[in-house]
Ligand binder design. Structure first.
Ligand SMILES: Cc1ncc(C[n+]2csc(CCOP(=O)(O)OP(=O)(O)O)c2C)c(N)n1
Ligand SMILES: [Mg+2]
Length: 784
């Protein structure tokens, strides 16, 4: 490099270093303000993580100020949120007011949130491990869109996760790693803030070298950023090799303890351990205490030169990369290296000391460039403005609205009544969608964790193929081996086949369900799995909903109705999980036409401004289909319920059912008809939607906004005030037992309250009291 360029580069590094210090300051001050200066009304500790933030500040400065391009997307280590907000503030994308209200209502969020923060969060984080996996599936999603020309090669972004080293204990990371390997993903960087501290303690040494091996085995390029430039220079001096070897072999806890204790402690310990080597002793002696401490603790993850070089090199190709950036938790803060520093907060005295040390003027704490010369301020502002990531590029998109199929169109796929299961109906509708020539059908993407066939997605995949970046020959087909599943594998395929890990299904749905805001392209993701295994990926499902990802989740088969499959596969609590999950409308249809209507509704909800994802709980039980008269049932299905057999006004009894137990409810209803012809039979397609409508109507009334009658209030209105309701569902009875509170009516709730077992339906329904006899007994009890 020419002298001039070298000088310019040195100057830029010096400026970046100054800027990095101010980002450290602003993050620390934001937390300090929230905890020590802002009025507290509840006595609760506000929190925020000064040590974890300090650990990641250099890496984030290097990324955001130099390495990131506008199309890159980042999942930030949740507890480095203050650093993220500080950087966004410097870019003019986060207000000072929001920093002042960090962790207060409407202010900057404790952990970066797509939906609650204003400053352009790419991926929400919070539950450690999930953001990491999210970047791998976002990358897969980007490849999927790129294969369709929806993301241009030059606009392909890097999907970057900034994670803590203890975060590497989360198993979901390795599930995602395996899937990422199978899908040959690229453009993904996972950057570990390797400070060898978790929340509770310093981490075990034994995994030290293993992480790299794991990622190398999965085909990733591993970059270990252990040493800073300053250290490498020192190690090159006489005796330096011994010093380097000392750090290499020092146990985590000793390194951390000395980091906390500082220069004098370092000197004492190193002088003892290196006593046999005069050159090493002379090397140490050449440093003052403060400089010695800095030399020992300024590891690779705190060296801008090292980081920038590594990012620049890595940016030259699209291989997935695993960076192990060595850091110190709380570097430059009074509790650096202390094993208890995770929740540590600087005292007012300590923050004042830091302010003085960094040159921030008292009273100007919110000015990130306070105390700097006019020339330095200008230069740093220029640096920020020139950051590629600062470009005024729209990063949060709105996808054009796509015309989705009408309910009538989807109903045609299941026409003919007869006997059908909801799962089969789902398969038929998907098969029909696969035959459509419209834009919508091209934007449907399906995915399933190794249960594509057994959840009835096979027909869709036969028609639309499996997505694979590199085309793959179907050997079975070429060899003319008969098979019901003819799955071509190519870039054009519309099914993402996953391994069994259900957690990955939900992260995949999160990524596929966010293409509209992230890439400006709408996809209609449909994911399937067995109902009981929702529990396996529940945190990831919640994570997807928390980010407002939009998809259709089809969980089938479900409940005790899986009869011979036995108790390990019979879901019990899923309906209640669905009810309690924000961002997800849970439906349990009984009939094929209901299923078709709900699928049309779900596709609408995917792209509605105030929409949501939909969870359909389906069954393989084949039921006789009802004869429909009129059209009112269709809106009822969407609103959550309708009278399959309307009650007479003032009726004293109704049977209420959800899903696959419709025949038992109907049989009981018919047995009652002679004695109680006025009774009604209520089909509940969504306890979730009914319940939400009911609480919303109540809130609206008592806040005086409007007089609204909810769907369930209207449905139950014809019954006598003291009527009895017998509810029946193939799951936790809690899902329907609340109906008694709507109008103060009495309830007997039938459902599953014990683990199931193998059997046939008559035996199991009788044993678990879900049959018509049980319903009649409950009716008698109510009428007694
Ligand atoms: C799933 C989950 N479990 C527990 C926590 C609580 N928690 C937050 S940070 C943390 C430890 C983080 O250690 P590390 O990843 O090494 O980050 P560092 O703070 O050291 O940078 C824990 C246990 C969480 N956020 N998510
Ligand atoms: Mg750590």
């Amino acid at each position: 490099m020419a002298d001039g360029a070298l000088t310019a580069k040195r100057q830029e590094i010096a400026l970046l270093r100054r800027l990095e210090e101010r980002i450290l300051w602003l993050a620390a001050w934001t937390i300090h303000n929230a905890n020590h200066l802002r009025e507290s009304r509840d006595g609760l500790k506000v929190g925020g993580h000064q040590a974890s933030s300090a650990s990641l500040t250099t890496i984030m400065t290097a990324l955001y100020m130099k390495a990131l391009r506008p199309q890159d997307r980042v999942a930030v280590k949740p507890h480095a949120s203050p650093v993220f907000h500080a950087i966004q503030h410097l870019f003019g994308r986060q207000s000072l007011d929001n920093l002042k209200r960090f962790r207060a209502l409407g202010g900057a969020q404790s952990y970066p949130s797509r939906t609650k923060d204003v400053d352009d969060v790419d991926f929400s984080t919070g539950s450690v491990g999930l953001g990491v996996a999210m970047t791998a599936f976002a990358s897969l999603t980007q490849d999927y869109l790129a294969a369709r020309g929806a993301v241009k090669p030059e606009k392909m972004g890097r999907m970057i996760s900034l994670l803590g080293d203890a975060e590497l204990d989360e198993g979901n990371i390795y599930e995602a790693l395996i899937e990422a390997c199978k899908h040959d993903i690229r453009n993904t960087w996972w950057i570990v803030d390797y400070n060898r501290q978790s929340l509770d303690a310093t981490t075990q040494d034994r995994m030290f070298t293993r992480y790299g091996e794991i990622f190398e085995a999965a085909g990733w390029s591993v970059e270990t950023l252990k040493w800073s430039k300053r250290q490498r220079e020192a190690f090159a001096k006489p005796g330096g090799d011994r010093l380097q070897a000392w750090i290499e072999t020092a146990p985590n806890d000793l390194f951390s303890a000395l980091t906390y204790q500082g220069g004098a402690a370092w000197r004492e310990r190193l002088s003892a351990d290196l006593a046999d080597n005069p050159e090493a002793l002379a090397l140490i002696a050449a440093y003052k205490d403060v400089d010695l401490a800095e030399l020992m603790t300024e590891l690779g993850g705190h060296c801008l030169e090292t980081l920038l070089e590594a990012f620049e090199k890595a940016g030259q190709d699209d291989r997935p990369r695993f960076f192990i950036a060595y850091t110190v938790k709380g570097l430059r803060l009074p509790f650096q290296g202390h094993k208890d520093n995770h929740a540590g907060l600087m005292t007012p005295g300590q923050i004042a000391e830091l302010r003085g040390r960094l040159g921030v003027v008292e009273g100007e704490e919110w000015d990130p460039l306070s105390g700097l010369s006019a020339a330095e301020r200008t230069a740093i502002k220029g640096l920020i403005a020139r950051a590629p990531f600062a470009a005024e590029v729209q990063r949060n998109h709105r996808a054009p609205s796509i015309s989705t199929p009408t309910a009538d169109e989807l109903l045609a796929a299941v026409a003919g009544g007869g006997e059908q299961s909801t799962q089969a109906a789902f398969g038929k509708v998907m098969f029909e969608i696969a035959a459509r020539k419209d834009e919508f059908a091209g934007r449907v993407v399906t995915t399933s964790p190794d249960v594509t066939v057994s959840t009835n997605l096979g027909g869709f995949v036969n028609r639309r193929g499996v997505f694979q970046r590199r085309a793959h020959d179907d050997v079975f087909k070429r060899r003319r081996i008969p098979s019901a599943q003819v799955w071509s594998k190519a870039e054009t395929g519309q099914h993402v086949e996953l391994g069994i890990a259900e957690n990955n299904l939900f992260i995949a749905l999160a990524a596929l369900g966010l293409t509209a805001p992230l890439f400006g392209e709408r996809l209609f993701p449909v994911g399937t799995l067995y109902d009981p295994f929702i529990a396996r990926g529940l945190d990831a499902l919640n994570y997807a909903c928390y980010q407002d990802a939009r998809f259709l989740l089809v969980a089938t088969p479900s409940g005790l109705t899986l009869a011979p499959e036995g108790g390990a596969h019979q879901s019990i609590n899923a309906p209640v999980i669905g009810m309690a999950q924000p961002g997800l409308d849970t439906y349990e249809p009984a009939f094929a036409d209901e299923t078709a209507v709900l699928m049309a509704h779900a596709f609408d909800r995917i792209q509605a401004e105030d929409g949501a994802s939909t969870y359909l709980r389906l069954s393989t039980r084949v039921l006789a289909q009802p004869e429909r008269t009129g059209e009112a049932w269709r809106q009822g299905v969407i609103d959550g319920g309708y009278w399959l057999k309307a009650p007479a006004p003032g009726a004293r009894l109704a049977i209420v059912y959800s899903g696959a137990l419709a025949p038992e409810a109907l049989a009981a209803f018919e047995a009652l008809a002679e004695d109680m012809p006025e009774a009604g039979l209520l089909a509940v397609t969504s306890a979730d939607v009914l319940h939400r409508g009911w609480t919303a109507a109540g809130r609206a009334r008592w806040t005086g906004q409007e007089t609204r009658t909810s769907a369930i209030e209207a449905l139950l209105a014809p019954l006598a005030r003291d009527a009895g309701l017998v509810t029946l569902t193939d799951g936790a009875p809690l899902a329907l037992s609340w109906l008694g509170s709507v109008r103060g009516q009495r309830v007997r709730a039938l459902g599953l309250e014990a683990f199931g077992q193998s059997g046939d339906l008559p035996d199991l329904y009788a044993t678990y009291r879900l049959d018509a006899d049980a319903v009649l007994d409950a009716c008698a009890d109510l009428l007694a």
